[in-house]
Design a protein around this ligand. Structure first.
Ligand SMILES: [Zn+2]
Length: 302
């Protein structure tokens, strides 16, 4: 086992074993203020460097993604990097910006990996959950995280496209995004670290850890993106992630009109209206999909 850094790219560390596959990539700090993943991958790295763990097979690449935003303790400096992993860019993107250049140098890791996990957290206290596309749900449901959101890629040609997970997914990797809880609670760091270790254990890249407890994960399929179109957008009361909304229920108001759900739904990732710009997404709507049966860990689904 050896640990090295990419000579040409800052903030990327690679741990290699004698067997090159599988190649696992973990991103932290894609949003610079979401520190749980940064703590988690530092701890993973220290485990390997400090001799607590040995990489038995495969390659593990750990990256601190938006280093300028991490230093500034901000979500991003100029461009949201989780909208930048795409093939084509509109005129609104500053190609001289750090975030554009940083995205281009990190893309190759997503294009060449077998498994990808991106660590995020939320501004409000929240239960942990994973986001993954349908083909990866079965695999990631084994990490012990009880809720999985799916269906994101159906909307990815619009304003919410360009996330690292879907970029990796489009290039054949089994990919997920972890939302580990609140930015500000240590438990989020623990969830992120535990999830990283669970992934490596499931892939038999490390041993000695108990595999995560099998949970029957609830899977929620996103069917609508709600954008803030007017400055007066407000929720109809206190809203939590995965909050159940009865058909026809008004869950928010904007421009003086209620927003209703067309079917029994779940509110997904409600963001604070005051922190959301007009024409940006403010929340999503989803429906619960039938649970999947557990099955053995799948190999790479190319
Ligand atoms: Zn994030």
């Amino acid at each position: 086992m050896s640990v090295s850094k990419d000579p040409n790219i800052q903030g990327v560390v690679r741990i290699t074993s004698d067997l090159p596959v599988p190649h696992v990539v973990m991103f932290s700090g894609t949003h610079g203020d979401e520190v749980s993943g940064i703590h988690a991958i530092e701890k993973v790295l220290f485990d390997f460097l400090g001799g607590k763990r040995e990489l038995l097979r495969g390659t593990l690449t750990l990256a601190r993604v938006n280093e300028q935003a991490i230093a500034a303790e901000r979500r991003y400096v100029k461009h949201n990097m989780n909208r930048m992993f795409r093939e084509n860019y509109g005129p609104d993107i500053d190609k001289d910006s750090y975030e554009f250049r940083r995205t281009q140098e990190l893309k190759k890791f997503l294009e060449s990996c077998d498994y990808f996990l991106d660590f995020h957290s939320a501004p409000i206290a929240d239960e942990p959950f994973l986001v993954s596309e349908q083909k990866a749900v079965e695999f990631y449901s084994k990490l012990g995280i009880p809720r999985i959101m799916t269906g994101w890629s159906r909307f990815s040609s619009g304003t919410i496209g360009g996330d690292a997970e879907n970029y990796a997914n489009a290039h054949g990797a089994i990919s997920a995004t972890l939302e580990s809880g609140s930015h500000f609670e240590k438990s989020s760091n623990d969830v992120a670290y535990r999830t990283a270790i669970s992934l490596l254990s499931l892939l038999r890249m490390i041993e000695g850890d108990e595999l995560p407890q099998a949970v029957q994960a609830d899977v929620f399929e996103m069917y609508s993106v709600v954008t803030k179109e007017f400055n007066d957008f407000r929720y109809a009361g206190e809203m939590k992630n995965f909050q159940f909304l009865k058909k026809d229920q008004a869950f928010a108001y904007q421009n003086g009109h209620p927003l209703n759900v067309p079917e029994d739904s779940y509110l997904l990732i409600p963001m604070k209206p005051r922190d959301t710009k007009v024409h940006e997404e403010v929340c999503y709507l989803g429906r619960k999909v039938p649970q999947l049966d557990s099955a053995p860990v799948a190999g790479r689904g190319r």
